[in-house]
Design a protein around this ligand. Structure first.
Ligand code: FMN
Length: 161
């Protein structure tokens, strides 16, 4: 099964998880590049506002065509109890090229379920599997079991027709 992991990450947590998922699923990987400098407290605050008000960020041209893959696994940090604005842009731009999808997110502690619902609504596709990892999961190692379950749900998918 040709699998692509597409992720956005500001501070590295989602990137780390994306790389682990790609390794476990033997997938190709693409990072969404954000055009905005989000360092500093004001930039963080305005990033939260962007997410809260469903605004899209300006992102760089992506290299891989998601339509060429049997499964696209999409990952984002949770911002303001929803997806990050760069992920919103990617999904908006690629909605028609996405068929079978799975979602993952990292978060401080809350909002992943809501983020997944918004992602699903945006592209009108239900994920075949989801993975929500909190900061506590990363600290305690609970992320390992969650990742294992996510990967085994994906491994159990049948090949597309
Ligand atoms: C602008 C902004 C908004 C955030 N909003 C939430 C939130 O609503 N819920 C939550 O649990 N964590 C929230 N966080 C924390 C991030 O989701 C968390 O640190 C995540 O792991 C960051 O992923 P990254 O390192 O890949 O950027 C927020 C972080 C930022 C920068």
């Amino acid at each position: 099964m040709r699998t692509l992991v597409v992720y956005y990450s500001l501070t590295g947590h989602t990137k780390g998880l994306a790389e682990r998922i790609a390794g476990e699923c033997d997938a190709e990987i693409e990072r969404i590049k954000d055009a905005k400098d989000r360092s500093g407290a004001w930039a963080r605050f305005s990033s939260g506002r962007e997410a809260l008000f469903n605004r899209r960020a300006v992102i760089g041209q992506t290299e891989k065509d998601p339509a060429q893959y049997d499964l696209v696994i999409l990952g984002t940090p949770v911002w303001a109890w929803t997806m990050s604005s760069p992920m919103r842009t990617y999904l908006t731009q690629n909605a028609s090229s996405l068929d079978r999808v799975a979602f993952f997110c990292t978060e401080g502690g809350a909002g992943g379920g809501r983020a997944f619902r918004h992602m699903s609504d945006l592209i009108s596709k239900r994920p075949v599997a989801t993975l929500e990892v909190t900061a506590t999961d990363l600290k305690t190692g609970a992320d390992k079991d969650k990742l294992k379950q996510f990967v085994s749900a994906i491994a159990g998918l049948s090949d597309p027709d």
